[in-house]
Design a binder for this molecule. Structure first.
Ligand code: PGA
Length: 261
């Protein structure tokens, strides 16, 4: 059984001071669970300060997105090499919010290019992260219409095929895939643990069939994970951890989720 990985996705929340205060409130408790891998993904401007705060702990630092080129005329972007400067070890890629899919809040078509993530850009970003030895956390997941139309499994397979194109299983030693049904993100509507386990198994089976050597990949569940449901989710045989949004902003909630792993 692999070690569980609990990643906190803080999204566009918390000033630097608030981020430090939250870490201060949970660090001692989480340090007692050395058997669980923990990553905090704050907004970019928190990275330098949190690097200072976290480097003596077993809590890793993650980013929420990245561009795939090292440097150049790409206004507003940030490269894996820049993340490395602050010892960023993990990076979320292809989050449904970067893909312009906010569940009930699907964005207007005219704004899609602002978010603009496709399976192709997920693939470019994932390859760039691997090149720089930063562990990708690649997100996949269906929206509510796709689920209601019975297309969940095919949507996941297409996202895996596109996002992981030309990446060998042997390259995926430090790697996570997060199953995040779009309809469960930020809605309080958690996926039924058995169904989450089924889709995580589908991802595992896809890897066995298509990416030999990728046995070490951890498969996470994300979407309204909180302390009241984390134990049941994290004890499913095919769920190796959680990507936690809203509940990771609260020190006590996040601590309890880590303790339940
Ligand atoms: P949530 O977000 O836990 O607030 O649903 C999860 C995510 O977006 O990664």
């Amino acid at each position: 059984m692999s070690r569980k990985l609990i990643a906190g996705n803080w999204k566009m929340h918390k000033s630097v001071a608030e981020a430090v205060a939250t870490i201060d409130a949970f660090v001692d408790m989480i340090e007692r669970r050395q058997d669980v891998d923990v990553v905090i993904c704050p907004q970019y401007l928190c990275l330098p300060k949190l690097h200072e705060v976290l480097h003596r702990t077993h809590i890793d630092l993650g980013a929420q997105d990245v561009f795939w080129i090292d440097s150049g005329a790409f206004t507003g972007q940030l490269s894996p090499a820049m993340l490395k400067e602050f010892a960023v070890t993990h990076c979320i890629v292809g989050h449904s919010e970067s893909r312009g899919r906010f569940g009930k809040l699907e964005v207007p078509k005219s704004t899609l290019s602002y978010f603009g993530e496709t399976d192709e850009t997920v693939n470019l970003k994932t390859k760039a992260l691997l090149y720089h030895s930063i562990a990708p956390i690649v997100c996949v997941g269906e929206n509510i219409d796709e689920r209601n139309e019975g297309r969940t499994d095919s949507v996941i397979r297409v996202q895996l095929g596109g996002g992981l194109a030309d990446i060998e299983g042997e390259e995926m030693t430090n790697f996570a895939i997060a199953y995040e049904p779009v309809w469960a993100i930020g809605t309080g509507q958690t996926c039924d643990p058995e169904e989450a386990n089924r889709v995580c198994k589908l991802i595992r089976d896809w890897l066995v069939e298509n990416r030999p050597g990728a046995e070490a990949v951890r498969i996470l569940y994300g979407g309204s994970v909180k302390s009241s449901n984390s134990k049941e989710l994290l004890h499913q045989p095919n769920i190796d951890g959680a990507l936690v949004g809203g509940a990771s902003l609260d020190a006590k909630e996040f601590c309890e989720i880590v303790m339940s792993a």
